[in-house]
Write a protein that binds this ligand. Sequence first.
Ligand code: PEP
Ligand code: MG
Length: 898
Amino acid sequence: MTTQWVYSFGAKESNARPDTQGPVKNLLGGKGANLAEMASLGLPVPPGFTITTEVCTAFYKNAEQYPAELRAQVDAALKKIENAVGVKFGDAKNPLLLSVRSGARVSMPGMMDTVLNLGLNDETVVGLATSSGDERFAWDSYRRFVQMYGDVVLGVSHHDFEDILDQQKRDDNVFNDTDLSADAWKNVVAEYKALVKRDTGADFPMNPVDQLWGAVGAVFKSWMTARAVSYRAIHDIPEDWGTAVNVQAMVFGNMGDDCATGVAFTRDPSTGENYFYGEYLINAQGEDVVAGIRTPQSLTILGREKEGSNLPSMEETMPGVFKQLDDVRQTLEKHYRDMQDIEFTVQSGTLYMLQTRTGKRTSAAALKIAVDMVGEGLITKEEALLRLEPQALDQLLHPTLDPAAHKTILTRGLPASPGAASGIVVFSADDAEAMAKDGKKVILCRRETSPEDIHGMHAAAGILTTRGGMTSHAAVVARGMGRACVAGAGALQIDYETATMRVGDRVVKAGDVITIDGGAGEVMLGAVPTVQPELSGDFATVMQWADDVRRMGVRANAETPLDAKTARGFGAEGIGLCRTEHMFFDPTRIQHVREMIFANNAPARRDALAKLLPAQRGDFAELFEIMRGLPVTIRLLDPPLHEFLPQSDADIAEFARIANIGADQVRMRLRELHETNPMLGHRGCRLGMTYPEIYEMQARAIFEAAIKVDVTPEIMIPLIATHRELAVLKKLVDETAVAVFAETGKTVSYTVGTMIELPRAALTADEIAPDAAFFSFGTNDLTQTTLGLSRDDSALFMNDYLRQGVFARDPFATLDIDGVGQLVRIAVEKGRKVRPDIKLGICGEHGGDPASIAFCESVGLHYVSCSPYRVPIARLAAAQATIRENAGKKPDAVKRAA
Ligand code: PEP
Ligand code: MG
């Protein structure tokens, strides 16, 4: 049996398969499948045929040779078009003209796009002039063809064609293309052909069949252009998908004033409003609408009024055709059950559909369209949830740049924490705080941030760093606070001495204003206007639907009252990680912490800790109050001790004064505590093992606070490698509980659990689980230690790794399922085996990443925990994960609306 390489559509004898979605879409490409589908719906589609994506794949497999049967199949399909239209390709008297377009499965920039009016030559142009009775139209079409074919197939510069056209207009003293006469176009064509000859060394092809194969070849060749190849690499599009080629009878929007061409969306793609949104041009061909040579007019009266335009709408100029087009809009939406992006042409009062595809839209529009379509009975709630892109909700949660605003980009970094913020450039946390106190908005610019900068980060509207990745201190803290952050902007050089930063020869000084877009990773000069989010209405509706279906809980990582309140506002069902060290950095407490570190015996340490106790107790009480009735997981102290010590000379002097010791002594202690590799050093439970007083004080503060509020604290021990560490520290916590309960005469229920952040802990989870009421996967450290990859330094080379396909995504942003995920799975299985009711959650940054959340669903975690601003994203992603998991178990579980 010979392979069918060519599928016809739109003609009576078309042989496209009836179901043109799914596998057939892969064969015909998006454009071809939708043309065939529109034709089978009875919509007016000019007849044509699609050369399948398999031809593209075969072409490249076979040293750029076409399959042997292709020519005969193309000839036969061309005959069908000729029969349907009643004119012949290459006929000197009344020629059939064709359009040739590429069409991969997904639309792809970098590919050859379109050649129109193919089949014209010096002879057929005369036939077209006679048959149409319009010489000017014929030569206008011919010059368009020579230019498009010359540009996209023969590679002659578009600008050189434009120069010739401009010269002609100057010679004829006219402004618009439409004012040029037939003779002028004849002259332009002659010059265009001379240009092609000069540039390519060959005559412009006159044989229509050669033209057709030239254009088909150009489409297939464009699959391998550098731009297309790099687009595929970025978007994970396999090379063997190939592109299809669509060949279709031309219809003309440029044959007079009863002709037009246009593009439209079935709903407004920026707001989602349900009205027909689009533009058209009378007496024009498709490329004129996008080229911006003439101002397109709105399709509808409503659209015209919204734009404040007084150019007449199509609804007014061509009411009959408009009504037909509006019916097509309804038919397409009902059929595809989604907003469509369409192209059409009107030839002598007759409507033709040239394309339909799912329309791209803003996040706000996506939300409105999904909710409206459920209301209209077009889709189910589950489908609505699955259609929304969780990450795109980010756009709705933070102020975003006004899309209409002009921007001058200074440099780019990682999109570390979404939102857009403008402010005055400051280079230190203290300056940030001081200026914010004066009511100024500032952007804190640092090479990197450390816990000492927290107050400045809090005071700043946005944070910009030149080093560090997606889980660097700046990124994690900014996300937690909901501050916009661009991290690791490597091209930027900060000089603290001169209080300047530069990219190349562009210098920005302290006091200048910049804008950062943490969703896009862009840094811009000056203040770019922003727009505020709207979280009620459709947003709230979708969140409610998500909550109705999801299985996993969603908690927040939060420690400050502000973050906790924000998290609750976003629907968090508790706190999954309270990083207590962040509570120690408060300027009023840090001195007590330092005294504690300087103490050289346990009693002295206890004295210092006693001063911290009331503050810790107060913090916890406030947190418990905000989260009343919900679970709160408090992690005992984690970072290395030297992070708490003063670093700058001024800080050292100040601490020496307060502690009444010499600055030299402070420096000596700093040297003692300094670690070569602090991430693998004296941190996490290792602090509790060596200074049990610290954990004891923290446990006491938790119990004393919990007694007053209705809450079940979950006390979490970090960085466990062995079950012995947990056993020792759990005993300490339990003994503290007994003591507090005895002192107060009151009890409170609590649990003790552990983070799983080290491979050894995951592998020995069955030994650890007997002492752990819960496991919370700390996948930031688990990724760092499994891959042996520093979470603070990997950004330096991550892009090279991504480019070379070592990782599909940054493993600190999306869980490395094959490696780190395997450890999570092992720990879940081993933990459950010995403790079936063990509570399981995740609190690494991955807890807010949709792909990682899907993995968490698949291993059956009970909840995910993420930064407050990611809570809505996680709620939607968790709902999608549940729907997909269920659909995987029961193929028809995702119901389609009637
Ligand atoms: C983790 O390691 O994933 C975690 C949540 O802890 P931290 O980021 O505070 O190290
Ligand atoms: Mg950790």
